[in-house]
Design a protein around this ligand. Structure first.
Ligand code: SF4
Length: 133
């Protein structure tokens, strides 16, 4: 995985606090959208699971495409980011499974992806190709 210091600064600047409380209304909106996203994926939406984004160029290409979308264009967010409902595994047994629950963008308590280009309710075992540990 190749990342420049600039990439790391950018990624770090994206982090919010996982301690920020959310209202019951927000939690309910999150859950409704989480169910919709799960539905899209369970209904066979084809997403771009590979190639994974391991280089700066690959990350930038995906981020640029996501930035061109409307905030509520959820289907294309799922497609371009390569979402799956299960962790992504490589052939290398030593590699960590790529799942939201181990990703630096995951807000554990809210079950939410805080990557600015996504900003979506997700779930522990979901995954996408922008996963970072
Ligand atoms: S794996 Fe993808 S969707 Fe999940 S938290 Fe990380 S960046 Fe967000």
């Amino acid at each position: 995985m190749v990342q420049t210091l600039e990439d790391l600064d950018y990624l770090e600047s994206c982090r919010m606090s996982d301690n920020e409380p959310i209202t019951p209304e927000q939690a309910s909106e999150d859950e409704a959208l989480r169910l919709t996203l799960r539905d899209y994926l369970q209904s066979g939406l084809k997403t771009e699971v590979e190639p994974r984004a391991y280089t700066s160029e690959q990350v930038n290409e995906i981020i640029n495409r996501l930035q061109s979308l409307d905030e509520t264009d959820y289907r294309n967010k799922l497609i371009i980011a390569g979402f799956t409902l299960t962790p992504y595994k490589t052939d290398d047994d030593d590699d960590v499974e790529q799942a939201c629950e181990t990703c630096m963008y995951y807000l554990v308590h809210r079950r939410f992806c805080e990557l600015p280009e996504l900003m979506l309710p997700v779930d522990d075992e979901w995954s996408c190709r922008l996963w970072r540990i």
